[in-house]
Design a protein around this ligand. Structure first.
Ligand SMILES: [Zn+2]
Length: 264
């Protein structure tokens, strides 16, 4: 790793910690339909405002040993976990990409992946303000990146990817409405756009892997519930885990598959 990419990864990690802190606010407040800007964070037990020095990502929680400074009520370990995960993911993505034209889109995918997955697991919903914000983010990042690189084919891929995955999930929803929620259908175009923007191999493997992971999760959930019907599994997280799978192994898997097909 060069010095520049090391510095970039460290900066991205710091940005991830700060945005991870805001992710906690989004995860906690958006499903309740309350403002994410005001009021300032307060202890849910005693209502005292969280002091600025205790609001420092991860360190604030460690400093307080996971307890409110005013009333001693325990503060969930989920807060520092989300901050740390976002920070590490941002640093990792930036280190792996260099950084280059893919970095910003990958960071958006990671960020909304963390926020939307957490909300879906907790509430079984993908709220419109969050899927909408992700869509706006992708719609801004894709052309902005192409304007910088001059490689407009990535934007064309993004548009086709959005339409294709939106249509696929829309169709799946119409055929089998119990299989997924309409929130998944609204999330699909943004995931399709970002994956296709990054390249067709990532899109192909990412889309396929989501259904594989979702099916595996469904089987495990059914075995745990000792039932074969009526077991609902939130699908949003698997769309993102699938996307991550596509990003990580999409290129080599597609290469291997094409060679296999050509040999046959
Ligand atoms: Zn308190």
């Amino acid at each position: 790793m060069t010095g520049i990419s090391l510095v970039a990864a460290a900066l991205a990690g710091a940005l991830g910690l700060a945005l991870g802190s805001f992710a906690n606010v989004l995860i906690h407040r958006v499903p309740q339909g309350v403002s994410v800007v005001s009021p300032a964070s307060a202890c849910p037990a005693c209502g005292h405002r969280i002091r600025a020095r205790h609001n420092v990502p991860v360190i604030g929680w460690l400093w307080l040993r996971g307890k409110c400074a005013d009333c001693g009520a325990p503060i969930s370990g989920r807060y520092p976990a989300v901050e740390l995960a976002t920070g590490l993911a941002f640093a990792g993505v930036t280190a792996l990409t260099g950084p280059d034209w893919r970095t910003a889109m990958l960071l958006a995918l990671v960020y909304f992946g963390i926020v939307l997955s957490a909300v879906d697991l907790e509430t079984r919903r993908l709220p419109d303000p969050l899927t909408g914000a992700f869509a706006v983010c992708v719609a801004v990042l894709a052309p902005a990146t192409c304007a910088l690189t001059g490689q407009w084919d990535a934007l064309l891929r993004a548009v086709i990817g959005a339409a294709a995955l939106g249509a696929l999930y829309g169709l799946a929803f119409v055929i089998y409405p119990k299989g997924m929620g309409f929130g998944d259908v609204k999330l699909a175009p943004s995931i399709g756009a970002s994956l296709a923007f990054l390249g067709w191999p990532l899109f192909a493997v990412g889309v396929f892997a989501a259904f594989v992971w979702g099916a595996v999760a469904g089987v495990i959930a059914m075995r745990r519930a000792r039932r074969t019907r009526g077991v609902a599994v939130p699908f949003g997280p698997w769309m993102f885990v699938g996307a991550a799978t596509g990003v990580l192994i999409g290129a080599p898997v597609t290469q291997w598959y094409l060679e296999l097909v050509m040999l046959a």
